[in-house]
Structure formats: structure tokens, C-alpha cells
Design a protein around this ligand. Structure first.
Ligand code: COI
Length: 354
């Protein structure tokens, strides 16, 4: 399939100060779109000026949330070249989300080619400084104009691009986490592993209640026993516990994070043991007090490696170490971003140049 590149009628002004970039509030001049119809498959790939979509108000995504998305990043190297980090892994995960949500899969090679073409056209939007990047949001929505509950026969796939800085407003200072007591994010057999908007919509109430109490994020517990750590709203979570890095196992209720996978590989490279097991709330609360729990950090494309300074569960708050970024957390952040920005060799083949 050839990609139709439509002319740009007007160019937006670029951001002026990279150090002021936030997360996800600024979009580049162009976007990639492609349609799917049952029988015909994917067709009409095109790059068009960024702008609103025209949707029938009855279309399936607006009623039954048949939607999936991804998040990946492109990084500007010191030599000016642009690197994508593990893009194939993201598109393969996108296809797994598609299968779970009864949506059509994508040809990974084709969408990667489309993404590279789009970024090539938008390359002046890729910021240069460490900690900034071009955030990439591939999305698929169900567009059947029909109110019956069934998988759509029409879909729109699109990719939008956003120059970003740190995900959290306070940059990389440790976040305060509220351990959810009353709400759950996902249950066995549900859609927790799929990157689908409904998981995030369902998390909003707990996040708002936690934010009103001064917390940055909610940590979700398992839906059955309400006892074991699963993930944080916008990232997977790891703990330095008894000298090992402990993180929740992939059992279908949490996101199979690409950053999570990368960090676990880097942890092993440092000679530390990784334990994928269910850590309990008690282990967090007691471990912070008796020194068994030394550090905690979130991992995610948007969050990168984000230190956790504090956990609160019901009326109990514990602080980790001196409340500042832990040594291992800082080291892993430097290793990961070193590979992404080209300061360290990419021994794993994670980087794909544009
Ligand atoms: C990402 O890290 O890319 C995500 O999709 C998380 C989102 C909540 C910002």
C-alpha cells in the first residue's frame, strides 16, 4: 500500500522553550490515518494535516468503548539522528490488545514504515534535550454507525505525535502513592492486560479522590484478595526488597510494559535478582519500617523510571529511605535513557533509527 501524503496548508509555530514541555498537550502538524472495512481489510493509508476527526455520533467507540492505543517514544540523539525505542514491541502489544478487544490486527512492518515516514516529515518537532522526546500515540477506534453491541465492522487507525517533557508535573522528584482500598482496576479474565481506554476511564474516580488528598498516583491491588500489588495507573511498579527487584507477575491483569521488560533486563545486567511475584501491602508497610524495602519505582513509556517516595494505605503512611530518588532507581534511569539517547551502547537491539 502506498501512503498518500497530503499537503500541509498551514504550519503551527514550534514550541519555544523545550524545558517547559509538559506531557500530551501539544501536537505536531500532521497525523497518519488508515481505514478498515470488513471484507476489504486495511486501506487508504494517508498522512494529513493534524485536525479533528469527523465521526458519526452513533459510532461504536463512542458508546461501547471499543478502542485501543499505544505509547512509544522517539528520541533526538546528540548527532541529530532520531531513534525509536522498541517500536516493534509496541505494535506487537497493540495487536494483542486488538485481539482481546475483537479488533483487526495491523501489519507491524507496514505501520512501522508509516510511523517512520510521519516522523521524518515532522522531524523538526522532535526536541533535543535530555528528558524530552516525541511521544507517539497509535490509536484504533471502532467506527460502525450502529447501536447494537457487537464488534464493529469498520475501524479507524491513526497515529498522532506530541513533543513531551516529564510526565509528572514535579519532574522526577519522588511521587506519593495512594494504595487503593475501595476500588479495583482489573479482575482476572477482564481487560487489564489490554491497552484499552476503558481501563483508564475506570481508574479516574480513584485517581481524583487520591489527587484531592495530595497524592500523585493510585497503586492498584488485586481484585480478588485486595492484598497484592498490581500496577500504578500510568506505570508498572518495581520494589527493591531484600536486595532483589520484585515486581508483579504478568497474569493478565496488568499491562505487559515495554519499559518494565527493559528495566528487568537491565536489573539482571547489574547482577541483581528479579522476582516476579505478588508483593503484599503488608510487605510494603512493614518493609519500609524494617529496612527490607529500600526503593520503589514506576516504569512506563511516559513515566520512564519514576521514583516513589511515599505509600499511604488507609491511615498509614510510610516513607522510603530519605524520600529522595534511590541509588538503584537513578542508575536504572541513567542506563535506560543512556540507551535511548545514544549515550550508551544498545546491546539488546532495542533501538531502531528513523
Ligand atoms: C504510556 O506510558 O505511554 C502510557 O500509555 C501511560 C499513559 C497513562 C500516559
Amino acid at each position: 500500500m502506498n501512503i498518500d501524503i497530503q499537503p500541509l496548508t498551514a504550519k503551527k509555530s514550534l514550541f519555544e522553550d523545550e524545558s517547559k514541555l509538559g506531557f500530551g498537550n501539544l501536537f505536531t502538524d500532521r497525523m497518519f490515518l488508515m481505514d478498515y472495512d470488513a471484507g476489504e481489510g486495511w486501506h487508504s493509508p494517508r498522512i494529513v494535516p493534524y485536525g479533528p476527526l469527523s465521526l458519526d455520533p452513533s459510532c461504536a467507540v463512542l458508546h461501547y468503548a471499543q478502542e485501543i492505543f499505544e505509547g512509544l517514544k522517539a528520541f533526538r540523539r546528540p548527532d541529530g539522528n532520531i531513534a525509536l525505542f522498541r517500536p516493534r514491541d509496541n505494535f506487537e502489544r497493540f495487536n494483542r490488545s486488538a485481539a482481546r478487544m475483537c479488533m483487526p490486527e495491523l501489519d507491524v512492518d507496514f505501520v512501522l514504515k508509516a510511523l517512520k515516514t510521519l516522523i521524518h516529515l515532522e522531524s523538526d518537532w522532535v526536541p533535543k534535550s535530555l528528558g524530552t522526546s516525541l511521544y507517539i500515540r497509535p490509536t484504533m477506534i471502532a467506527t460502525d454507525p450502529y447501536l447494537g453491541v457487537h464488534p464493529s465492522s469498520k475501524y479507524l487507525f491513526y497515529i498522532i505525535l506530541s513533543p513531551v517533557g516529564a510526565y509528572y508535573k514535579n519532574g522526577f522528584s519522588p511521587v506519593k502513592i495512594y494504595i487503593s482500598d475501595g476500588y479495583v482496576r482489573s479482575a482476572p479474565g477482564g481487560t487489564g492486560e489490554a491497552k484499552t481506554g476503558g481501563n483508564y476511564a475506570a481508574s479516574l474516580k480513584a485517581s481524583m479522590e487520591a489527587a484531592a488528598l495530595g497524592f500523585d498516583q493510585v497503586l492498584w491491588l488485586d481484585a480478588v484478595e485486595r492484598k497484592y500489588v498490581e500496577e500504578v495507573g500510568s506505570m508498572n511498579i518495581c520494589f527493591l526488597y531484600d536486595g532483589k527487584v520484585v515486581t508483579s507477575p504478568l497474569k493478565g491483569t496488568i499491562l505487559d510494559g515495554i519499559t518494565r521488560r527493559s528495566i528487568l533486563a537491565l536489573v539482571k545486567e547489574l547482577g541483581l535478582q528479579v522476582e516476579e511475584r505478588a508483593l503484599s501491602v503488608d510487605e510494603i508497610l512493614e518493609g519500609a519500617g524494617n529496612g527490607r524495602l529500600k526503593e520503589a519505582f514506576g516504569t512506563g513509556t511516559a513515566a520512564v523510571v519514576s521514583p516513589v517516595g511515599q505509600f499511604t494505605y488507609r491511615d498509614r503512611t510510610v516513607t522510603l529511605g530519605d524520600g529522595r530518588m534511590g541509588e538503584l532507581t537513578g542508575r536504572l534511569y541513567d542506563m535506560l535513557t543512556g540507551i535511548q539517547y545514544g549515550k550508551l551502547p544498545d546491546q539488546h537491539g532495542w533501538v531502531e533509527m528513523i
